[in-house]
Ligand binder design. Structure first.
Ligand code: HEC
Ligand SMILES: [Cu+2]
Length: 358
């Protein structure tokens, strides 16, 4: 078998044994997206076969020797209705099926644990709430919904894990989210699938899907000592946020304890739910996010806090005695000392309580 060069031979063997038309199905959603994919491939192939057969059949049946004179047909309602209704039905099935799947993929369950991912030229940085940081790698437990909150520090990137059938744009200036539940332990590819500059092809990494026990061991072993919320707490104090957001009834800014997940009224009368994106915007563009009943005195922090710093601040405010995603907090508190408890959330009962641990 060595008529061909050994190098080429090895390449061929390698290629054939590792040949994979398809990435493994390693997440809960994967079999569902694949079902739709095979449905689309199936009807396309069926169409291809029908058209191919008819072309062959007709070119034999109506060949020149048998039909020297063409017969003109002046339209057929039945035929036209058929080729309108059947494709329409197929497209509608694909549309409804795809839409249902889309909502499923982009609506995280409320008990999902959250990990932040920052894209930049040319790497992925993951930040776990417990303070674990990793670059071009992401450790996650299996059989547990995991939500990623993505943002880019520079240009558009796209975070893609083919084995999980998950892909989401990382956009500068805006949080996006995606979620998945890994079902099989193993190492999977992570790609940036949005051309983002010279080293775009090097913006790759590895997903480590581990059993919950292994994941616990990993988080305990790789903690940086301070959780994101603790970093945020320091930042909150050093940027002077607590001078206005002291939590006291007389404070110039609103009390941020338990704000996360609540609905608050804006000065234009509308209501918004306080989520990660809102908190980030409130810090960067206070004038565009005026809370009702307060003077527009909050300065903008645009350009003063890095994307990582903003994540820390968001995580800190989220952890201020918020019951939202209790599950998540419980999970991450195993590797962090809990944030200061904030008894009482509103009115004068709260007077005098500082926002920041002494
Ligand atoms: C000079 C006082 C002042 C400082 C300093 C200040 N804020 Fe504010 N902040 C306000 C006021 C007043 C509001 C309400 C009016 C508005 O939305 O602009 C507010 C609103 C907010 C909101 C939205 C309100 C809500 O209930 O969710 C967030 C979040 C916030 N601030 C976070 C911060 C953070 C983080 C810092 C530090 C980086 C900070 N603020 C510094 C005065 C301040
Ligand atoms: Cu990229």
């Amino acid at each position: 078998m060595h008529i061909i060069s050994p190098v080429l031979w090895e390449f061929l063997v390698n290629w054939l044994t590792h040949f994979a038309l398809f990435p493994p199905e390693a997440s809960g959603i994967a079999p569902y997206t694949d079902a739709l994919y095979f449905f689309l491939v199936g009807i396309s192939l069926t169409g291809l076969v029908i058209v191919g057969l008819l072309v062959g059949l007709f070119s034999v049946k109506y060949r020149k020797e048998k039909h020297p004179e063409a017969v003109q047909i002046e339209g057929s309602t039945l035929l036209e209705a058929t080729w309108t209704i059947i494709p329409l039905a197929l497209f509608m099935i694909a549309f409804v099926w795809g839409a249902l799947l889309y909502f499923r993929i982009y609506t995280p369950p409320t008990n999902a644990m959250n990990i932040y991912v920052v894209g930049k030229q040319w790497m992925w940085k993951a930040e776990h709430p417990g303070g674990q940081h990793e670059i071009n790698a992401l450790h996650i437990p299996i059989n547990k919904p995991v939500q990623l909150t993505l943002i880019s520090q520079d240009v558009f990137h796209s975070f893609s894990i083919p084995a999980f059938r998950v892909k989401r744009e990382a956009i500068p200036g805006r949080y996006t989210t995606v979620w998945f539940e890994a079902t099989k332990t193993g190492e999977y590819h992570l790609f940036c699938t949005q051309y983002c500059g010279t080293l775009h092809s090097a913006m790759i990494g590895t997903i480590y899907a581990m059993t919950p026990d292994d994941y616990q061991a990993w988080t305990a072993g790789s903690t940086s000592g301070t959780s994101l919320a603790q970093n945020g707490e320091r930042l909150f104090a050093s940027l002077g946020c607590n001078s206005c957001h002291s939590g006291a009834a007389t404070a110039r800014g609103p009390n941020l304890a338990a704000a996360y997940g609540s609905k608050i009224q804006m000065s234009n009368g509308s209501y918004v739910t306080v989520d990660d994106a809102f908190l980030r915007n409130a810090i960067l563009n206070p004038t565009m996010n005026q809370v009702a009943g307060y003077a527009p005195i909050m300065p903008t922090y645009q350009g003063q806090v890095s994307e990582d710093g903003l994540i820390d601040l968001v995580e800190y405010i989220k952890n201020l005695n918020s019951n939202y995603r209790v599950q998540q907090t419980l999970n991450t508190s195993q590797v962090q000392t809990p944030s200061p408890a904030m008894p009482g959330t509103s009115g004068s009962a709260n007077a005098g309580q500082g926002m920041v641990k002494q």
